[in-house]
Design a protein around this ligand. Structure first.
Ligand SMILES: [Zn+2]
Length: 69
């Protein structure tokens, strides 16, 4: 089996790592509630997508119940 003669230098590892970066998601303004949201996703604030109400947002109601105790 082939054994590498020398340890890879930090510079060479760095060159490889430079291609593994993940781009941050593209943020757009929601046309319904005008909050920032990820493009091509259901809005996390109002649950609207493509001008229609797709998902009920339950998280906010759940938090209110915890505070009420
Ligand atoms: Zn929205």
């Amino acid at each position: 089996m082939g054994v590498p003669k020398k340890k890879k230098t930090k510079t060479k590892i760095g060159r490889r790592q430079s291609h593994l970066k993940i781009d941050p998601p593209q943020m757009v303004e929601c046309p319904h509630c005008h909050e920032l949201m990820e493009a091509h996703r259901v809005c996390p604030h109002c649950g609207y997508y493509d001008g229609e109400h797709k998902v009920e947002i339950v998280v906010k109601e759940h938090k209110k119940k915890i505070r009420g105790r």
